[in-house]
Design a protein around this ligand. Structure first.
Ligand code: SAH
Length: 208
């Protein structure tokens, strides 16, 4: 199943970044889904992770990872830890760089911490906080990824991003969003639209 996904992505030119594909091979999605969902871990579908939240479908996770273009040594911020799967993929690619991943629900943060520990990832720090305000302590960031639907890109995140840095975020209303790739140029975000997606909503100060 895992290899079929990789084959389809390559054939359709959806995922071409070798480091991103390598990370997908190394990190097992079944380690991040609920035990009862393990057998369906490589169906290209989002899955419930509890508390009304979901782990995104593999293709979406990969499109976002590729758009973020993580590099060895990067300092990265994620908003929406969920299961920790997206953070694990990024952590693999940037090692020995570091990803700070923020989760507003303490219960999910605990699950994610355990999942990351189980697979031996040590360069991902899970922080329980309202990530819509970013996490200033570990800034500035080379790249920022929001894995929840956002009404707009929160201003504190732009402030905590390095000049020339990238933000990937699904932006729109609660129903559907456009995946935005934004680059910070002279303090302002220059945006590119990567298509239509559907995410669970961002909560907190700069959420809905
Ligand atoms: N990246 C995750 C999936 C994210 S689902 C994975 O790989 O599994 C979106 C997550 O964002 C949910 O866990 C939700 O609780 C969290 N979230 C929503 N609003 C948030 C906020 N303001 N700060 C941090 N996390 C938030």
């Amino acid at each position: 199943m895992k290899n079929q996904l990789i084959k389809a992505w390559k054939e359709q030119n959806i995922i071409t970044n070798k480091k991103v594909l390598e990370a997908f091979k190394q990190v097992n999605r079944e380690d991040f889904v609920r035990p009862s969902q393990r057998s369906g871990a490589y169906i290209d579908h989002p899955l419930p992770i509890g508390y009304g939240q979901t782990i995104s479908q593999p293709t979406t996770v990969m499109i976002m990872t590729q758009a973020l273009d993580p590099k060895k040594g990067d300092n990265i911020l994620e908003i929406g830890t969920g299961s920790g799967y997206q953070a694990a993929l990024i952590a693999k690619i940037i090692d020995p760089g570091k990803i700070t991943t923020t989760e507003i629900l303490p219960e999910l943060a605990t699950i994610a911490k355990n999942n990351l520990k189980k697979v031996g990832i040590i360069n991902a720090e899970v922080i329980v906080t309202d990530g819509s305000c970013g996490y200033k302590q570990n800034s500035l960031y080379d790249k920022i990824i929001i894995t929840a639907a956002s009404p707009k890109i929160p201003k504190p995140l732009t402030d905590q991003l390095k000049e020339g840095g990238t933000i990937i975020a699904p932006v729109g209303d609660r129903g559907t969003q456009r995946m935005i790739k934004a680059i910070k140029i002279k303090g302002k975000l220059k945006e590119q639209d990567l298509g239509l997606f559907v995410f669970v909503p961002l909560k907190g100060k700069h959420g809905y």
